[in-house]
Design a protein around this ligand. Structure first.
Ligand code: ZN
Length: 351
């Protein structure tokens, strides 16, 4: 077993260095030039990230080679988040080598600080900047902006993870092989997760494949996995839902006989409560199908506090509440063993 793992490892390093395009020259013009000083003697490169979903994919790629500081914790809404003085200090600190954020205006009130820091010459990377604009959603209600919730489509988020890997390889070429190896194993996990979500959603009776949430975070999810999506609020949580929005949604639920809607961990459920009440008055009982993680992950250290756990939780909760068939323990229960990557890049059996 050990030798086959070694073989796999050699193959991965040789074969995938080129795939991830390490050291490539096609860095988008919007990125500041990457400073190749990541392997300074005496300290690990320091990375600062914004939302948990970005923090998690970066941690998966760099392992213990870098210090990763995530600014936004569980339950925090990135649309409304204003960076604290301490956050700005972290971002601007001379010891901070590289900054990763979601982009596409997700961190609306941080953009100004990030822009200023980029202008000073620090490497500031929006993981979504690698995505082909043709693959991005631009619904009319977003007023000309792209939908920033790209992590909801596992395939798109996997591409963002590869872009972060490429940036890390350029920044710290000495550890490029490790980053690529780690990224590739993570990518294969994400591809299994993608398949699980697809199967779970497809198991919901077709008429019930409607996802109703508080704000419009699930457009990519719906597009990728075949659901209709409705929300009370728009793209950002900045605008409050009006009476007309609530009434329109009540009509829809009653007509389509949709029995479950979903609250989000980082958004107030006030407008959804109004919808449930409104439907009740019309004689149609709607229940809360569960709490979904939209713009923030679960508690640090928990399974739902990882990107994979967050998506697993969402897909499993949605499928179960709408009459789909999912395994008791979700995606996690379908994964046994597998490979785990040590900080030095060595592959070891999980068990
Ligand atoms: Zn959002």
């Amino acid at each position: 077993m050990r030798s086959s793992i070694r073989n796999l490892r050699s193959w991965l390093i040789i074969g995938l260095l080129s795939l991830a395009g390490c050291g490539g020259s096609d860095t988008p013009a919007s990125s500041a030039p990457i400073k190749k000083e990541g392997s300074q003697a005496g300290r690990r490169p320091r990375i600062v990230t914004t939302v948990g979903m970005v923090t998690d994919i970066v941690r998966e790629v760099v392992g213990d080679h870098c210090e990763v500081i995530g600014l936004l914790s569980e339950g925090v809404d990135p649309h409304l988040y204003k960076p604290t003085r301490e956050d700005v200090k972290q971002l601007d600190d001379a010891k901070t080598d590289i900054i990763f954020y979601g982009g596409l205006m997700l961190e609306g009130r941080m953009e100004e600080s990030l822009k200023k820091i980029r202008q000073k010459g620090k490497t500031v990377v929006a993981v979504s900047e690698s995505l082909d604009p043709a693959t991005l959603r631009k619904p009319p209600e977003f007023e000309g902006h792209f939908d920033p919730h790209v992590w909801m489509d596992v395939t798109l988020w996997s591409q963002c993870m590869e872009f972060a890997t490429k940036s890390m390889c350029e920044f710290d070429p000495d550890h490029a092989a490790t980053y690529v190896l780690r990224a590739d194993l993570y990518k294969s996990r994400l591809s299994k997760l993608d398949a699980y979500v697809r199967t779970s959603i497809a198991s919901i009776p077709e008429q019930q494949r409607v996802l109703v949430t508080a704000h419009d975070a699930f457009g990519y999810f719906a597009r990728a996995y075949g659901m209709e999506v409705k929300s009370v609020q728009g793209i950002s949580t900045e605008s409050e839902a009006g009476v007309a929005d609530v009434n329109a949604l009540v009509d829809f639920l009653v007509e389509r006989k949709i029995g479950a809607i979903f609250v989000e961990s980082s958004v107030s459920d006030k407008s959804l409560r109004a919808v449930i009440e409104g439907a009740g008055k019309r004689g149609w009982k709607v229940k809360v199908g569960g709490e979904l993680f939209s713009d923030a992950m679960g508690p640090a250290g928990s399974y739902e506090g990882t990107y994979v756990g967050m998506i697993d939780h969402n897909a499993t909760t949605i499928a179960r509440a709408l009459g789909g068939q999912v395994p008791e323990g979700g995606f996690r229960s379908t994964q046994q063993g597998g490979l785990r990557i040590e900080p030095d890049g060595a592959a070891k059996d999980e068990k």
